[in-house]
Design a protein around this ligand. Structure first.
Ligand code: ZN
Length: 151
């Protein structure tokens, strides 16, 4: 039985210079992730990476399916990670009310009281505490490598 190494981290994979208009955006981010994995497996002297946990923020602008597809395609070229299982965490968006500072989570309602789907536009959401429609995204713009299991 080989020893298992676990990396617990919070490596930010998005950089300010990343261009969101670029159609290859998710692919280049998947490549960033792979570069990090190769570096970390080398640092830990690991033969294989078995499991990777990545958090994709709801306001990151990243298409989750494209990112997962890019990772799956690109990992084939790199022996230590070809078998790595990718776990994607996609937390619900949070909005802070600019009037009363209450933090509203994804289940905010429209002005007419109907619940809205998590990923719909922010424009018609209202604050659950005071009814204001002045809501602003609260965090959630990150792409973070959270955990890595290696053998
Ligand atoms: Zn409010």
């Amino acid at each position: 039985m080989e020893e298992k190494a676990i990396f617990q981290g919070g490596i930010q994979l998005l950089t300010k210079t990343d261009n969101h208009d670029n159609t290859m955006h998710e692919l280049s981010l998947a490549q960033n992730l792979i570069d990090q994995l190769l570096q970390l497996s080398k640092q830990h002297d690991a033969k294989t990476v078995t499991k990777v946990t990545v958090m994709i923020g709801p306001f990151s602008g990243i298409v989750v399916e494209s990112f997962a597809f890019g990772f799956k395609a690109l990992k084939q070229d790199h022996q230590p990670i070809t078998g790595a299982q990718l776990i994607l965490e996609t937390p619900a968006p949070e909005y802070i009310c600019l009037d009363c500072k209450t933090i509203n989570t994804g289940d905010t309602r429209t002005a007419d009281g109907h619940p809205k789907a998590v990923y719909e536009t922010i424009n018609d959401k209202i604050c659950s505490a005071c009814g204001s429609n002045r809501l602003s995204p609260n965090g959630g713009a990150e792409l973070i490598l959270k955990q890595l299991e290696m053998e």
